[in-house]
Design a binder for this molecule. Structure first.
Ligand code: AHR
Length: 611
């Protein structure tokens, strides 16, 4: 394998090449990265188009001791449903009667940690209540506090800290009383006190994202943005402002309710916390089953302009002031928007697209706009800065697609490979095989990064309790997480954004089963020539790596080889064995301008040659 590092042949890779795509799918957000422990905190699940539903809240007590129902008397005008709880017993059980919330398949309550409970209550007469964190059967109490709800006709907000004395991964929140009375409850939230930067994100999951060094964050979907029906699409306006006032909505593509605690503002905050450029994918008036005709799209265009003012406007502007009131007076630097998701073939796509495109171009000339139409083989028939390219396929097919952009026109909009993954039998729940094909595909993107500006794997997260879409990059439950091989594969590409790519030549009898790329990158102190090689075949391959055109020489000291492989090509990681398929780094004592290497069967190796 020859690498020509001559400066005149080197090309800078876009700073934005590798990022992440977060979609609210598989409970990635609600019950996932968003640390809220209460599921359906406003008793609104089902939304305005289906009967109200208190699920998964359940009742403690029987018909003779408690009556629970809902009505529309909440103090919050956009989410009117409140829970009415009537304690009927004179001699209530010792543990009281009331309601409990099991969170998202159980709350992870940890010894010594503080949890912040907020709830809105109203009771005509003063009533003594108990709030507690207990085991899933209610028998073990981890934390408890007595609260007094003063009698009156107004809603009041109660804050209560609960400090856990014990750990239980499947706990629940209980709200109980032991004396007769009536109380209304609404907007009940329980947040751990140690969220990332106090911004509401689960720290350990953020840490896995930070390890990818993502250069952009595409959000919040995917199909989640479109909705199966427009009425259930993601609406940024309903997801901002005080959390208590957000209506929440039913995501009808991935089939679950979200309180929208993780809303537009929080996504922008997440991008900032990750040091990633936000890529706002907005609904363009098109869902899976219905569309807004282009003649009626103007209010939707205005709505999206408002979203951009919310992100970018000064703290004095109409919508910028709402952002400032939420705690972020500085604008969020939104430089990319995607006009819809996977809608290219739809009847109103081009018409709607142009309305959004022209309005945004006029108001924000620096914003890069992304079309849903694939321009990799034929030019687009409409203006765009980038176009989406999505691929989900088998491993051999994706391996072969490493050359996809070789023949793409070098002029015109750039490609944004905003969703790629091996799916189906080759992928299982995240196999080594899938990650190798994906790595091969990414080497092709690096080499074609003059026309490919951005790329992200999909989906990013899966809660193990809602395996709607397999595979995914990061698997978690209430308290554990691990990366699939596809996650770890991406860590070997994180230094590529902004690096320099060099031409390579590959001649081997096995070259049909190899894929490779070469970059120069540097950390704070050192520079490295990184040669990545995928061996997609079942046999070890011997190769000579020969680097020419170097400005200096290669130092064995500091050179390493990092290998992602495993005993079986379908090997996966799991909660029981999270490190079965992870990269392993060894020193390369014989690193030199010309060196012999052996590539293990079914492997991805990154040779970092110190310069
Ligand atoms: O990544 C899962 C889904 O795949 C996305 O929501 C959609 O854009 C694509 O069809």
């Amino acid at each position: 394998l020859g690498v020509d590092s001559s400066p005149h042949l080197a090309r800078k890779i876009p700073d934005t090449l590798f990022g992440i795509f977060f979609e609210e799918i598989n409970h990635a957000g609600a019950g996932g990265i968003w640390a809220e422990l209460v599921s359906n905190r406003g008793f609104e699940a089902g939304g305005p188009h289906t009967p109200s539903n208190i699920n998964p809240w359940s009742i403690i007590g029987d018909d003779s001791s408690i009556f629970v129902g809902t009505d529309r008397t909440s103090c919050f005008s956009r989410n009117k449903v409140a829970l009415r709880m009537e304690v009927l017993c004179d001699n209530c059980p010792v543990g009281g009667v009331g309601i409990y919330n099991p969170g998202f398949w159980g709350m992870n309550i940890e010894d010594g940690k503080t949890y912040n409970l907020v709830m809105h209550v109203k009771s005509p007469e003063t009533i003594e209540m108990t709030v507690s964190l207990t085991s899933s059967d209610g028998l073990q109490v981890l934390a408890s506090a007595a609260i007094r709800v003063p009698g009156g006709s107004n809603w009041i907000k109660l804050d209560q800290k609960l400090v856990a004395k014990g750990t239980d991964r499947t706990s629940r929140l209980q709200i109980t009383a032991r004396t007769k009375g009536v109380v209304w409850l609404d907007q009940v939230s329980l947040m751990p006190s140690d969220t990332y930067k106090g911004h509401g994100f689960r720290t350990e999951l953020i840490s896995m994202l930070l390890d990818l060094k993502p250069r952009f964050l595409r959000f919040p979907g995917g199909c989640f943005v479109e909705g199966s029906w427009l009425r259930n699409a993601f609406r940024w306006r309903d997801s901002i402002g005080p959390w208590e006032e957000r209506p929440g909505h039913y995501g009808d593509v991935w089939n679950y309710w979200t309180d929208d605690g993780l809303g537009y503002y929080e996504f922008l905050q997440l991008a900032e916390d990750l040091g990633a450029a936000p890529v706002w994918v907005f609904n363009n008036g098109i869902s899976h089953h219905d569309e807004v005709d282009t003649t009626a799209i103007a209010p939707f265009v205005k709505d999206i302009l408002d979203s951009l003012e919310f992100a970018r406007g000064s703290a004095e502007s109409t919508w910028g002031s709402v952002r400032a009131a939420m705690g972020h007076p500085e604008p969020f630097p939104v430089k990319y928007v995607a006009i819809g998701n996977e809608d290219c073939g739809k009847e109103n796509y081009r018409g709607n697209y142009l309305k959004f495109y022209n309005a945004i171009r006029e108001a924000y000339p620096d914003i890069q706009m992304i079309s849903n139409c694939d321009g990799s083989s034929t030019p687009l028939d409409h203006p765009a800065d980038l176009y989406d390219f999505h691929v989900y396929t088998g491993s051999s097919a994706l391996f072969s697609m490493k050359n996809t952009f070789d023949n793409t026109s070098r002029s015109g909009p750039k490609a944004f490979v905003s969703e790629y993954a091996v799916t189906g039998n080759d992928a299982g729940r995240g196999s080594l095989l899938a990650s190798l094909a994906e790595a091969a595909f990414l080497t092709g993107l690096e080499k074609n990064s003059d026309v490919v500006q951005m790329a992200s794997y999909a989906p990013l997260f899966i809660n193990d309790n809602d395996r709607t879409w397999n595979p995914d990059a990061i698997v978690f439950n209430s308290w554990q997480q691990y990366g699939t091989p596809s996650y770890w594969m991406q860590t070997l590409f994180r230094e590529s954004s902004g690096a320099t790519v060099h031409p390579i030549s590959l001649s081997s009898s096995c070259s049909g089963l190899l894929a490779a790329s070469a970059i120069t990158w540097h950390d704070d102190e050192n520079s490295f020539l990184r040669v990545k090689i995928v061996n997609f075949g079942p046999d070890a391959v011997g190769l000579t790596i020969s680097a020419t055109g170097l400005q200096g020489s290669i130092n064995a000291l500091g050179s390493t080889a990092t290998v992602l492989t495993s005993g079986g090509v379908m090997d996966e990681n799991s909660f029981a064995n999270p490190n079965k398929v992870v990269p392993v780094t060894v020193e390369l004592r014989d690193a030199a301008e010309e060196m012999q290497v052996t590539l293990p069967p079914h492997s991805l190796t990154a040779f970092d040659l110190a310069l």
